[in-house]
Design a protein around this ligand. Structure first.
Ligand code: NAD
Length: 207
């Protein structure tokens, strides 16, 4: 099931034979409805990736209150709603499950010209620690990934160029590389990993 605000995601769903639910992750009732629809379609919900996000803009002075509320409403509260309703469903099913949250290296180190994003991604990591330990005995694992700058529609070309050399690896990352880490975290090979945030940033936060 693909959950997204943008109706164009229907095309992506068609391409890979997935179902599509159009909703707004910043609205709790929308996320709750998406979880219910997924269970209705597939009989259960076993793995969730909380990825919906926006970039945010502005520093401690230039960020507007609207920008703060929108960015945190989607990137932080949206993450909470997803963790909440998915975990509720996993507990009902009774055999464990997996949640992967999209944090960012900018939750680990400062991005001083984007305070709302920085705060929301730091919050995602703390939420992951709390959610990933609460039901660990019941086999519910919650982890986060903290990517560096990754080539996706979220990042414009000048920003990709600017950041490439700032990663010790000398390049930005690819979406498939992040997907591979999430796939590992969702697999049985990662069954002793919970409450963790794993950087995937070409070494950016290591120096
Ligand atoms: N690209 C990067 O460099 C990078 C780095 C670190 C973390 N991340 C995080 O990874 C996640 C995915 O980002 P991406 O780079 O694939 O960006 P993207 O813009 O390609 O994808 C984000 C998706 O979220 C959807 N979305 C936005 N607001 C929504 C809402 N209110 N409800 C439902 N869906 C909504 C958008 O329609 C879009 O399809 C985000 O949480 C982002 O913060 C990205």
């Amino acid at each position: 099931m693909i959950f997204d605000f943008n109706p164009k995601s229907q095309e992506a769903a068609n391409e890979i034979g997935a179902k599509f639910f159009q909703g707004d992750v910043s609205k709790a009732e929308s996320v709750e409805a998406a979880v219910a629809k997924t269970v209705e379609e597939f009989g259960s919900l076993d793995i969730a990736v909380a990825s919906a996000g926006v970039g945010g803009e502005g520093d401690v002075v230039t960020s507007t209150v609207e920008n703060w509320e929108r960015t945190n409403g989607i990137d932080y509260s949206g993450g909470f709603y997803t963790n909440k309703y998915v975990t509720e469903q996993l507990l009902k099913q009774g055999y464990g499950g997996v949640v992967a949250n999209l944090a960012s290296m900018f939750g680990l180190v400062a991005v001083s010209n984007n305070i709302a994003y920085s705060a929301s991604k730091g919050g995602v990591m703390d939420m992951t620690r709390a959610a990933g330990t609460m039901h660990a005995k019941e086999g519910i694992r919650v982890n986060a990934v903290a990517p560096g700058v990754i080539r996706t529609p979220l990042i414009d070309e000048p920003t990709l160029e600017q950041y490439a050399s700032l990663h010790p690896a000398g390049r930005v990352g690819e979406a498939q590389e992040v997907a591979a880490l999430i796939t590992f975290l969702a697999s049985g090979k990662a069954k002793f990993i919970t409450g963790a945030t794993i950087p995937i940033d070409g070494g950016y936060t290591a120096v």
